[in-house]
Every structure is written in structure tokens, then in C-alpha cells.
Write a protein that binds this ligand. Structure first.
Ligand SMILES: *Cc1c(COP(=O)(O)O)cnc(C)c1O
Length: 356
């Protein structure tokens, strides 16, 4: 599909950061954005790259009332030789369309998804930070813009991509987080939208997150929505537990997100000689196995932080410290290997990197 490139007037050019150590997550955006529109009877039309800026949306439009919205998250890295790399973007394209199907939104052809991202990143490459741990975060999004209050799938959508230079997640060191196991609120149930990356899932999780923060925890670990017994995932991370040479994670059974990082961790752990088990595991078992020392490490996986060491879990009134509260050897190895592949410092034996 032809992508029109609209001019970027001098006055729309933003001030670039000068100090990469000041970058945070998702607060600063680049000069341009990609957008394409889908209209019933016409399909995808008018793909363009235009100056970054606000939309003018009708207050009645469907996304603002009934949350017909999906998104993705991936990163671009600038290597030492100046080239630009994406990490498994075609998996994000496929997951985006999986989410679209669940939310009754039109499929974005994989070529359009990738072409939109790649052309935008190429144009905005001066915005990719280069110091260790930094990257350009890419946020593809689709929203329903038909102005009507009836509950129905929209007949008009925007698919757009915005870019945000992000700082090193572990600027203060690769430190373990403390996680509260949520036993009051639920995030998703099988048959719901837990498997889709859709805004509503996150809106409904805010309250639990806030209550956990108040108690001094960094994030929430969700249990299954029916029995509140089996571990599912953390806010925007899949969760892994290591038992010596075996790594356990929740199965993809309809209520958790199929993380790109999760899939990459499974492949890497397997390559490193670990046994990976995708199976249901109850929180009682987890707490007992942390207590006995059978669980040696725990960590989360997600695009933003890549790998997050988990130092403690709190369930009901009990807080259990994992592996002495430090960073385990496997956790460190996975972090080093994944970030090494993403930044071109280690060989990409799986063919995960897509160079622009
Ligand atoms: C995005 C996300 C993840 C992590 O997925 P990645 O593809 O690894 O970034 C995990 N859980 C939820 C709920 C998410 O939204």
C-alpha cells in the first residue's frame, strides 16, 4: 500500500532530548505518526505519515463509550554500527489481528502493519536513543471512530502508530520487584478478553494496582478468575518460576496474553538446557515451594522491561522471599541474552531480529 508522507513544518519539530539518562517511559513522543483509516465498504484507505498531534474526535465516537480499542508494544534499537533493528515485529502483527478479531475490528494486513512501522521508524530514526538499555518504543493502536451511541462494531477505524524514546528500565540497577498476589479482584476469565491487548483490561486492573502500591508492592499477580487459585500473569508481564533446571509458566488457555517475550524466554530456556513446562500451578503450591526452597527463581517477561526479577510474593498475609531476594542466575542469563540479541551484541541464532 502506498504511504503518503506529509510535510513536517519547521514549527512542528520538537526539541530533542540531550540527556538520555533523563528519558522515562512513554512521556515523550517523536515528530511524526503513521495513520491509516478503515471504512466499511472501502477497506483500508489513506495511509499516511503526518506530524504528531491530537486527533479531532466526535464526542460520540464508539471508542470513547464502549472501548473498542486494541494496541501493541514493541521496540526499535539502534546498533553500534548505526543500523536499526526490530525484535520479532511479525509476531506483534499477528497478535494485533488476534486482538482485532476478538474486538470485532478489521484485520490489518501484516504488510501494512510492518510497512507503517518501518517507514515511520526510518523517518524518525534520529529519535532512537543509543545509550545502554534505551530504545524507541513503538505503540501501534486501533480505535473505533464512528460517532454513534448504539452498541455495535464501528464502521470507521483509525490504525495509528506513535513512537516514544524510552530510557533504561533498570537505570537504578537490575533490582528484584515485590509482587502482591491479588485475591479480591480478577483481571480476566476464559472466554473474556484477557487474551487480547485491549484497553478495557487495563482500565479494570487499575484499582488492584493502586491498592497493591499502597501496601508497598510494585505490581499485582493475577489468579484465575474462576477459582482464584491458579497463577496467571502480572499487569503487563508473563510470569515464570524456576525449580532448579525446570521452568514453569501458566499455559495459554484463553485468559492471559501470549507474550512475545514469553515465547522468546521459552525458546531460550530450552536452548540453555532447561525443561520448560506450560501448566496450571496453584498459588498454594507456589507459596509452599518458595517456602521450602524448591522454587529457586521467579521473573516476569514483557517488552518494556524484557525480564523483571521477582524477589518476593505476598499472598493473603504471608510474604515469601524468593531465592534470598536477589537476582537468580537464569534470570540474569535470560536478560543478558535477550537484550544482547536485541542490541546486536550477541548472535541472533533464532532469526528474531528484523533489520530495517
Ligand atoms: C503486553 C503484555 C504482556 C507482555 O507481552 P510482550 O509481548 O512480551 O510484551 C503480558 N501480559 C499482558 C497483560 C500484556 O499486556
Amino acid at each position: 500500500m502506498e504511504i503518503r508522507i506529509l510535510p513536517l513544518p519547521e514549527e512542528k519539530k520538537k526539541q530533542k532530548f540531550t540527556d538520555e539518562s533523563q528519558l522515562s517511559f512513554g512521556r515523550l513522543f517523536t515528530d511524526r505518526m503513521f495513520i491509516a483509516e478503515w471504512k466499511a465498504g472501502q477497506g483500508w484507505v489513506d495511509a499516511r505519515i503526518q506530524p504528531y498531534g491530537p486527533f479531532s474526535l466526535d464526542p460520540a465516537c464508539l471508542v470513547l463509550h464502549y472501548a473498542q480499542e486494541i494496541f501493541e508494544g514493541l521496540k526499535a534499537y539502534k546498533w553500534e554500527d548505526g543500523s536499526i533493528a526490530l525484535f520479532r515485529p511479525e509476531i506483534n502483527a499477528r497478535r494485533f489481528n488476534h486482538s482485532a478479531d476478538r474486538l470485532c475490528m478489521p484485520e490489518v494486513p501484516e504488510e501494512l502493519f510492518l510497512q507503517g512501522i518501518e517507514e515511520l521508524v526510518r523517518l524518525e530514526q534520529e529519535w532512537i536513543p543509543t545509550s545502554p538499555g534505551t530504545s524507541l518504543y513503538i505503540r501501534p493502536t486501533m480505535i473505533a471512530v464512528e460517532p454513534v451511541l448504539g452498541v455495535k462494531p464501528s464502521d470507521h477505524f483509525y490504525f495509528y502508530v506513535i513512537l516514544s524514546p524510552v530510557g533504561a528500565y533498570y537505570a537504578g540497577g537490575f533490582n528484584p520487584v515485590k509482587i502482591m498476589v491479588e485475591d479480591k479482584y480478577v483481571r480476566a476469565v476464559k472466554g473474556g478478553t484477557g487474551e487480547a491487548k485491549t484497553g478495557g483490561n487495563y482500565a479494570s486492573s487499575l484499582k488492584a494496582g493502586l491498592e497493591a502500591k499502597k501496601k508497598g508492592f510494585d505490581q499485582v499477580l493475577w489468579l484465575d478468575g474462576l477459582e482464584r487459585r491458579y497463577i496467571e500473569e502480572v499487569g503487563a508481564m508473563n510470569m515464570f518460576f524456576a525449580y532448579g533446571n525446570t521452568v514453569v509458566t501458566a499455559p495459554l488457555d484463553g485468559s492471559i496474553l501470549n507474550g512475545v517475550t514469553r515465547g522468546s524466554v521459552i525458546s531460550l530456556a530450552d536452548q540453555l538446557g532447561f525443561t520448560v513446562e506450560e501448566r496450571k500451578i496453584s498459588i498454594d503450591t507456589i507459596m509452599a515451594d518458595i517456602g521450602s526452597g524448591a522454587i529457586t527463581e521467579a521473573f516476569g517477561s514483557g517488552t518494556a522491561a524484557v525480564i523483571t526479577p521477582v524477589g518476593a510474593l505476598c499472598y493473603k498475609e504471608t510474604t515469601a522471599t524468593i531465592g534470598g531476594g536477589g537476582v537468580g542466575a537464569l534470570t540474569q542469563k535470560l536478560y543478558d541474552t535477550l537484550t544482547g540479541i536485541q542490541t546486536g551484541h550477541l548472535p541472533d541464532t533464532f532469526g528474531w531480529v528484523k533489520k530495517l
